[in-house]
Design a protein around this ligand. Structure first.
Ligand code: PRP
Ligand code: URA
Length: 209
């Protein structure tokens, strides 16, 4: 069964508090989401394999390390996932970016796919799927299915906030995918919003409400 990891680094938790606050405006919200994405990416890339190499310093040879192993990819679920991309690319500038366009039908709460474009070599990459919100889990589960159908073999899911219902949905349909969260919240309301959550992530990021 996939692991659920809440990243409890103090800086992540502090910034999440300000992301949640209703009087945090669009500019600050966007900056904070960007910063938290960087911090979360820092935490979840701890396992990346290294190889030893020798480099010449101005003084002598030094045995040192560089990343080895698979190349990385970031896959935001549009729209709100876009807010987490640059924060990750700041750390891993060579990562390629795929996009999955999904919106949640407000009546059925089921995801509707409207776009996807992936790097051609996703089967060779370690992918981080990003979306601020894991609510019913329908959008994330659909994005993961789409990526697997396109050949992805190594995927992590990274979200700022989740409801237990969303975690359960992803675990049921994708038991092989590890989930990384800033916080695991209490529940969903009857409109499928995370309680206490942060409201509508896309609207807060892009100022559309
Ligand atoms: C939000 C959010 C997730 C989805 C989560 O996107 O960014 O993608 O809802 O809900 P779920 O877990 O119940 O599927 P939304 O559909 O509002 O689209 P947007 O990002 O374009 O605003
Ligand atoms: N999508 C959001 O943006 N917020 C929620 O709480 C649930 C889904």
């Amino acid at each position: 069964m996939a692991q659920v990891n809440v990243l409890d680094h103090p800086l992540i938790q502090h910034k999440l508090t300000y992301i949640r606050k209703q009087d945090t405006g669009t500019k600050e919200f966007r900056e904070l989401v960007d910063e938290v994405a960087t911090l979360m990416a820092f935490e979840i890339t701890r396992h990346l394999p290294l190889e030893e190499i020798t480099v010449q310093t101005p003084v002598a040879d030094a045995k040192s390390y560089q990343l080895s192993g698979k190349k990385l990819g970031v896959v935001p679920i549009l729209r709100a996932g876009l807010g987490m991309v640059d924060g990750i690319l700041n750390l891993i500038p060579t990562a390629k970016v795929g996009h999955v366009g999904l919106y949640r039908d407000p009546e059925t709460l089921r995801p509707v796919e409207y776009y996807s474009k992936m790097p051609s070599d996703i089967h060779e990459r370690e992918l981080i799927v990003v979306d601020p919100m894991l609510a019913t889990g329908g959008s994330a589960a659909a994005a993961l299915t789409l990526l697997k159908e396109k050949g992805a073999q190594n995927i992590k899911l990274m979200c700022l906030l989740a409801a237990p219902e969303g975690v359960k949905e992803v675990q049921e349909y994708h038991p092989d995918i590890d989930i990384y969260l800033g916080a695991l919240d209490e529940k969903l309301d009857d409109k499928g919003y995370i309680i206490p959550g942060l409201g509508d992530a896309g609207d807060r990021l892009f100022g559309t409400k």
